[in-house]
Write a protein that binds this ligand. Structure first.
Ligand code: NAP
Length: 164
């Protein structure tokens, strides 16, 4: 039987649910992005316009799908759509990972099978981008390893419970 492709989201959030501050990710932790690379390589990554502009270039080995109503990025491995639903269609055939920011996570949350949430063990004051509220009861939660030196982080996986 053909494997179903995975529709997921990947986020790192602080203890007070912050994902961004001043247009940037408010921590820089060696090794924290390794999971992002492993999951997304060869697959599609969906991001909002501001997150894409912060990165500033396509990511090697991945198809980038930017969600925007105001800008258009087109190229060999990048395209622009207007909604998360269109992004899933544009990613036909490969796993698709939503990578923020807030509006992308908010609209993708009801559609994803799995959420890779890295819990960063820090509190960020004056954050201005947050991960949306969701019902954790809809998901089976697996708590993975804790890593890091000065700032620790814990990998968690939220897999949507099957309804039957
Ligand atoms: N911690 C993490 O894992 C993580 C991950 C990603 C980003 N971040 C941080 O989050 C912040 C950026 O997030 P943000 O929420 O401010 O901006 P964003 O989602 O990256 O970009 C916002 C723009 O994207 C488009 N957009 C977003 N959601 C949409 C939707 N559902 N439907 C249609 N268009 C949509 C709109 O573009 P137009 O205005 O062009 O219409 C919107 O103005 C930064 O600080 C970044 O570093 C953190």
């Amino acid at each position: 039987m053909e494997n179903k492709r995975e529709i997921g989201l990947i986020v790192a959030r602080s203890e007070n649910n912050v994902i961004g501050k001043g247009g940037r990710i408010p921590w820089d932790i060696e090794g924290e992005l390794s999971q992002f690379k492993e999951l997304t390589m060869g697959n599609a990554v969906v991001m909002g316009r501001r997150t894409y502009e912060e990165i500033g270039h396509p990511l090697p080995g991945r198809r980038i799908i930017v969600v925007s109503g105001s800008s258009k990025y087109e190229g060999d491995n990048i395209c622009t759509v207007r909604s998360v639903e269109q992004a899933i269609k544009a990613a036909a055939g490969v796993n698709v990972y939503f990578a923020g920011g807030y509006g992308i996570y908010r609209d993708a949350l009801p559609l994803v099978d799995v959420m890779y949430i890295t819990e960063i063990h820090t509190v960020i004051e004056d954050g201005d981008a947050f991960f949306p509220e969701f019902d954790a009861g809809d998901f089976e939660v697996t708590i993975g390893e804790t890593c890091g030196d000065e700032i620790k982080y814990t990998r968690t996986v939220y897999r949507r419970k099957k309804l039957f």
